[in-house]
Design a protein around this ligand. Sequence first.
Ligand SMILES: [Fe+2]
Length: 170
Amino acid sequence: MLSPKVVKLLNEQINKELYSAYLYLDMSNFYADKNLKGFANWYYVQTQEETAHAMIFRNYLLREGYKVELGAIDKPNVEFKELVDPLKEAYKHELYVTSTIHDIYAAAQEEKDFRTMSFVDWFIKEQAEEEDNANDLIQKFEMFGQDMKALYLLDADLGARVFTPPTLVI
Ligand SMILES: [Fe+2]
């Protein structure tokens, strides 16, 4: 049995993951507009990943016999000016998502809901990776972003990222 509080948080997480997908799509559009196709690709793949995360939460709720309730997805409300802006916003956003994942774990722990704790554990590890990737990109940009040749190489590097479905499937 999942508590109403845990069910509510899991439902809200679907919305948060879909908002993340939407936010990353906005970032991808920003770079596509600047003709930085590698950066655009990086965030497009990120959009696919976030959508997959939303489906994992959805599938977990369905498997456990709970109703999935979809809310409205907010418009991404961040204005990007400098090339580094989305990178910084992405890191900030991932820190926020980590906090919401931790909230679900804490609520499940309070209810001795070991199944949800074990389920959310995958996301706790995933968030560590997401934060690391986002922070790494800021560091790379700050080192090389001002040099046009280096920016070109970094863009090519990010262009090579392909979407691989998450290892956790429900
Ligand atoms: Fe996510």
